[in-house]
Design a protein around this ligand. Sequence first.
Ligand code: ADP
Ligand code: MG
Ligand code: MG
Length: 929
Amino acid sequence: MPKNLKSSSKKAASKKAPASKSPKKMKYVYTWGAGKADGNGSMKALLGGKGANLAEMTRIGLPVPAGFTITTDVCTYFYANKRKYPVELQGQIEAGVRNMEKIMGRKFGDTTQFPLLVAVRSGARDSMPGMMDTILNLGLNDQTVEAVAKATNNERFAWDCYRRFVHMHGGKVLGVSKLPHEDHDPFEIIMEGLKAERYNDPKANDSVMTADDLKELVKRFKALCKERTGKAFPTNPWEQLQQAVGAVFGSWNNDRAIVYRRKYNIPSEWGTAVNVQAMVFGNTGPESGSGVAFTRDPATGEKVFYGEFLINAQGEDVVAGVRTPEPVRELKNHLPKALVELERIRKVLETHFKDVQDFEFTIQDRVVYMLQTRNGKRTGVAAVRFAVEMEKEKLIDWKTAVKRVPADQLDQVLAPIFDRTALKNTKAIATGLPAGPGAASGVIYFNADRAVKAAERGEKVLLVRVETSPEDLRGMIAAEGILTARGGVSSHAALVARQMGKVCVCGAAALEIDYHAKTLTANGQVYKEGVDYLSIDGTSGTVYAGEVKTAPSEVIQGLLHNDTTAKKGATYKNFVKLMDWCEKATKMQVRTNADTPADSAQAIKFGAEGIGLCRTEHMFFEADRIAAIREMIVSKTADQRKVALAKLLPIQRGDFEGIFEVMENRPVTIRLLDPPLHEFLPTDEADISALAQEMQMPVSELKDIISSLHEFNPMMGHRGCRLDVTYPEIGEMQTQAIIEAAINTKKKHPEWDIVPEIMVPLIGDVKELQFVKNIITETADRIIAASGIALKYLVGTMIEIPRAAITANEIAKEAEFFSFGTNDLTQMTFGFSRDDAGQFLNAYYDKKIYENDPFARLDQDGVGKLVISAVKLGQQTRPDIKLGICGEHGGDPSSIEFCLKAGLHYVSCSPYRVPIARLAAAQAAIKNT
Ligand code: ADP
Ligand code: MG
Ligand code: MG
């Protein structure tokens, strides 16, 4: 007799439940089996990913055991109605079971012949591996188990199924799991106890257990359930089914699932579906088994059958690691015909789903059954290879291929990698944020200077800091990788690392760094500067003890080092192909943020079409310049300042010449000096006295000047165009350097059309821009006139202060281009500093106030609105105004799509992100046509 699900009364249901507006017509159960299915693969929202694809596989003739899906609508109803069900559900479930019985030729609860046993499986829209519950072998009790034993003449098999069922149902449905004071699952403890009693070995392989042992296990398991729940273990299969369905719906809101959803941004409203499916048995003996497989290798992308299986096992054994599975190709030694069938299925799946599939199968007495399929998760390298090769095989067209590679994953193709075998012998000591992808190993140094010196001696160095500052730049350049104990993905270390393509892990909080003792402690183990190696994986965020072997990526070797062997490799060729397609699709330019000829040259090799942001201050940190810039800053009079600036002029001009030379005809945007001046000042006693001597100034006086330059909030202090307003000489010198450099380069290459774009930072008022623009045009026009060479140049501004965005129509009267500086625009719009936000943003994520770091992903609702309105206002005044973005967001795929929609002409990002931006821009273009 079917046991009823608790349903709410019709009246109450129609009032409360969104899902029951027309109760009679509601279809809550979708069946599949024997080649027919109510649902199909496109119905993932209603049937969940697993259910929709089980239906789809059935439709295309794959061997799927019959079953039915209870829809996600029921989950929604369940939570909206105090965990009750729609009234018509029970009837539909009974009809679903009858359909299975008919197809399978077995009866649920049959005690005379082999009964229908079922799996009750969760299945959300997106897969949430291992997060929710699945119950196998449901329908067994003391009578049906005997029927199974008799029908199969295999008592051990019958009781093996039964003990699995009691374990799963007891644990997942009845909630008998480990208590706070226990370390292990109580069922496992009982099983180990029995093995110890009977075989003297608690860890003995499950296969040693006889039918008699398994019977004893069932008895003890049931006793455990009774003891913990106060109730006898349910014997009525309908009651078991009703409990299991409730447990799966309930598992949607267990702690694990909630945490997982938060991490992967899965909305809780989606709900899960429940799949009830006829069991097939991988545990009947040596001609049965269970496995998981990918249609191609998800790590390397190679077109080989990839996966593993266990003989004589049910599915969960493969994942649980009870025994070590064998590679799927080894099936040829056990069940060769099954392997042939699986190879056939592999082809069918790819031809039908047109993507690499990750699937689960069971072999029962040499017959293969399909239990699940979904698009396989893959590494960046594999994603590129899949896409390119599937296009070649004509499974997909090139536009689909472009869409297939998650733009964010492309950096994995560029990053150096750890030797996989080497990793196996290595210990992870901490984890932080994966801030700069790739693998790096080196001797640890806690100070930039000492790191540089060690690197000069030829050591491989890992720079380890609590956090980094611009002073550390040289050390960061010298290091193989950067590791910090504090800071987020938009911290200084992370930003610079990405710009340089350096491997970086930041915010590894478990590291205790003692600068004084020059040691780092992790897990009680002490690592010493100059002695000990650490290795970091900037793709995963893991920190390893010791040295691990690495290799540069093939793409980098081919693109940047012109390595001919690398260029013959599949990874390189596939990458180039993908980039060619991007070129074909893209509407928006991708420029780069680069400050040196070397960076610019790299960016061009990555496909950059110009420079969107050349920061002039980075040039000043180099050893030969810092002295002159310090002199300029501490100058007390304009004359003194001019002396210092005169020293900087030729250096800066040289820098720009180098950049123009590399960039040829491509556009170059150069930003005038931006940061607060004190960032350049010496902090070291020795540096201070050297500067005082150079300036012929008493040390005490210099110290006074330095402290007078202190600002409470430098981010909103004396910086950007404010420097040119107070010290016009700075803007003059920089303009002179830019214009002279352009003229000199033009003299050498008259055929190039060089049009320098001079960008004024931090403008808030058009009058500021007028003032600074005057300095620029007066200087530039004078030099151009004197040179006798025709040179065009543009003057524009960054839009990075909300006031500028709001008054963009005014600003555009002076500005010939806008470049959205979304880093500052984000700080200023939110009113928090990106250097400090790391301390509280986590609380904002936990409390679901923010979903993302607004510095990593453009806040389209707020900052984005400012961008869109500034574009419109700017175009009102100047319809042909050039528009771009140069903040970090220029390298973030979702922000790039936004930029395209907002009507920007280019995005700009660090050289190593150029390929990612090109891919994202191409994807956005394809999506928005
Ligand atoms: P998950 O979503 O955690 O992968 P599944 O519902 O896929 O959970 O179930 C886990 C495993 O249980 C499957 O990989 C499969 O091996 C086994 N299993 C599920 N359904 C059946 C079935 N009808 N017959 C036999 N084994 C099954
Ligand atoms: Mg599964
Ligand atoms: Mg700025």
